[in-house]
Design a protein around this ligand. Structure first.
Ligand SMILES: [Zn+2]
Ligand SMILES: [Zn+2]
Length: 284
């Protein structure tokens, strides 16, 4: 597209603002929705969890900007300028390339999530996301900084191999952030709406199953945006056995509310827990 360089340049120019406004907007909406129509009563509540969960977001953002400043978007711009990747080789450009890249990136994140559950060393990092004793909007960005850095390196690899357009990368990253806040929301969604949405998008009721303490349920519903991968690859589970109100969220071996403190969260991957079951979890 002749206009793409200008479009991409303006996207890049406003990139931090686009990310910040989307995050703040979706976060505020979900926070309000959780207040007005909560799905479950919170076991621990906001006051003991939100400061650490939000501090992790700030830390992750800072670390990423310091260590990988141009990140996936920079890789996409470089790739575009040089004509790298599978999509340009296939002669695909413009909006079709953007659409294909977004879907492929979503599949790549699905596989990354499965791998973070399957490999013991990666599970130790990802375990922190599951150790939250409630699931709400702040759980959506509660990831260990090392997991965030590894995830970015994986995304850069896919972006370069694919030759993903920069516009696709930014749209995907902003979308992933927004949908993660949405599908971790402790919000009530009408059954009919939930069922209709699920043909395309991961809903809060669908992702909550993934936060169950029951290993077979933890190892299901790995998708973050599209529900297709779980359905196609046999990891889809429609509801928790105990029901949404009565299911226990979190991990069996990390039940101490003291573990919700920021320093303990950061050190969790390097510590062993009582029964060590966390290291043996495998996808069902
Ligand atoms: Zn997980
Ligand atoms: Zn989650």
């Amino acid at each position: 597209m002749a206009t793409e360089p200008l479009f991409v340049r303006s996207l890049l120019a406003y990139e931090p603002e686009i990310r910040l406004v989307t995050f703040a907007g979706v976060f505020a909406l979900m926070g309000l929705w959780e207040r007005l129509a909560p799905r479950r009563p919170l076991a621990i509540g906001r006051w003991r969890r939100w400061p650490s969960n939000l501090a992790i977001v700030a830390l992750d953002t800072l670390l990423l900007r310091l260590l990988l400043p141009t990140a996936a978007l920079g890789a996409a711009l470089l790739g575009e300028a040089r004509g790298w990747g599978i999509l340009p080789a296939l002669g695909l450009s413009g909006w079709p390339a953007v659409a294909v890249a977004i879907v492929v990136l979503d599949l790549a994140i699905y596989f990354q999530h499965v791998l973070f559950h399957a490999l013991p060393v990666l599970w130790r990092l990802h375990r922190m996301h599951h150790a939250d004793l409630d699931v709400d909007v702040t759980t959506g960005n509660r990831f260990h900084p090392i997991e965030i850095l590894l995830s970015m390196l994986w995304k850069i690899t896919i972006v370069v191999a694919l030759g993903a357009p920069a516009a696709a990368v930014l749209v995907f990253e902003v979308l992933l952030n927004a949908t993660s806040l949405f599908n971790h929301g402790n919000v009530r969604v009408a059954k009919r709406v939930d069922r209709a949405l699920r043909w395309l998008l991961v809903t809060p009721d669908m992702h909550r199953v993934h936060h169950s303490t029951i290993p077979a349920e933890t190892n299901s519903n790995f998708g973050f945006n599209l529900t297709w991968w779980d359905r196609l690859l046999g990891t889809y589970r429609s509801a928790p056995a105990a029901g949404h109100e009565r299911m226990t969220v979190g991990l069996e071996q990390i039940r101490d509310p003291g573990e919700l403190r920021l320093d303990r969260m950061l050190l969790q991957p390097f510590r062993a827990f009582a029964d060590g079951r966390g290291e043996r979890r495998r996808p069902a």
